[in-house]
Design a protein around this ligand. Structure first.
Ligand SMILES: Nc1ncnc2c1ncn2[C@@H]1O[C@H](COP(=O)(O)OP(=O)(O)OP(=O)(O)O)[C@@H](O)[C@H]1O
Ligand SMILES: O=P(O)(O)OC[C@H]1O[C@H](OP(=O)(O)OP(=O)(O)O)[C@H](O)[C@@H]1O
Ligand SMILES: [Mg+2]
Length: 302
């Protein structure tokens, strides 16, 4: 399979199978692209747009985009930054356009040590060996902190390295912390915070491809904004309207409607840009609100 660099079809590289795969496809589909995916195939065509998906290991995505082999990529910032540092060190082109930070793939790259260690601070890592998949991000951090430590580069199962006698500490991705805990490790230093990113190759796109990106970005913003927002409807006592609005996060301009057969109560409709917690709903009820409905929003534009 060869990706034709001069094709008029916009090529987007995504992770084939892993933490970002499902959400990458779901996001592009929510933006209106239709794909028919065959598990074994690397390339998937969109049936309704001149767009192709290239499904690869996430480590390959930054290089493919930086070299202009594909036009766009969806990849974790951790993998992107690691590739950028590695390419800078080896004098390879490392330019990239970051188009958007995305709302999935949130994790952090942290240094963790065995729980029985009496870790007092970074200075304890001086002269030690740290196992990691991200040697450039790690060495960059250690250098900034003035610490000299060696690295053992592992592409997987980093968390077993201390027990296996391969390293004194690890530097790996953490989300819930369950992997560290299961391996008797404790998180000590967060060195990088990451989320998935939409990236574009550095050279300008053809007008036809640029037109697709110009259409994609507002749709993507709309999808992400809608995912964070809720449509809230409730009945509120007219006399306590100000208190009600103050309780609703991000709802500065509510629609207030009269209710038939009621002078004291009004209907309030708002789009709230933040999560609405049970506690807030209970407070609304306590000041006399009723029929409180919280609805998901599918799409938002302008
Ligand atoms: N626990 C996590 N929670 C949330 N996001 C994560 C988590 N672990 C990793 N990620 C993000 O998802 C990306 C992909 O993680 P995954 O574990 O699938 O990578 P991988 O094993 O290197 O996959 P590949 O086979 O494509 O190389 C990571 O680079 C990171 O940005
Ligand atoms: O803090 P936690 O919620 O436990 O998540 C952290 C784990 O998640 C990732 O691995 P993943 O589960 O994607 O599998 P992999 O190691 O096979 O890539 C990462 O490499 C950690 O091992
Ligand atoms: Mg990988």
């Amino acid at each position: 399979m060869v990706v034709d660099k001069n094709s008029q079809r916009l090529t987007i590289a995504i992770q084939k199978s892993g933490r970002l795969s499902k959400e990458s496809i779901a996001l592009l589909e929510a933006c209106g692209f239709k794909f028919s995916l065959h598990e074994a195939r690397l390339l998937a065509h969109s049936s309704n747009q001149p767009v192709d998906l290239l499904r690869v290991r996430d480590d390959d995505i930054p290089g493919l985009v930086m070299d202009g082999v594909v036009d766009l990529g969806l990849v974790g910032e951790n993998v992107l930054e690691e590739a950028r540092l590695e390419r800078q060190a080896t004098q390879l082109p490392a330019k990239i356009n970051i188009l958007r930070a995305l709302d999935f793939g949130q994790c952090r790259l942290s240094i963790a040590v065995p729980k029985e260690d009496n870790y007092r601070g970074l200075a304890d890592l001086e002269g030690k060996r740290i196992a990691t998949t991200y040697p450039f991000l790690l060495q960059n951090y250690l250098q900034q902190q003035g610490i000299k430590a060696s690295t053992a580069v592992l592409t997987g199962s980093v968390e077993v390295a201390p027990r296996a006698g391969l390293a004194d500490a690890i530097c790996d991705l953490v989300s819930t912390g369950a992997t560290l805990e299961a391996n008797g490790l404790v998180e000590k230093e967060v060195i990088f915070r990451s989320t998935a990113q939409l990236i574009q190759r550095p050279e300008p796109l053809t007008a036809a491809k640029q037109a697709i990106v110009d259409q994609l970005l507002p749709r993507l913003d709309g999808v992400q904004m809608a995912r964070e927002s809720k449509y809230i409807m409730l009945h509120a006592p007219k006399a306590r309207l100000e208190e009600v609005v103050a309780l609703l996060p991000g709802a500065e301009r509510p629609t207030v409607l009269p209710l038939q057969h009621s002078d004291e109560q009004v209907a309030v409709h708002v789009v709230s840009t933040e999560k609405l917690f049970w506690e807030t709903m209970e407070e609304l009820k306590a000041i006399g609100c009723s029929s409180i409905l919280v609805l998901p929003i599918e799409k938002m534009l302008g």
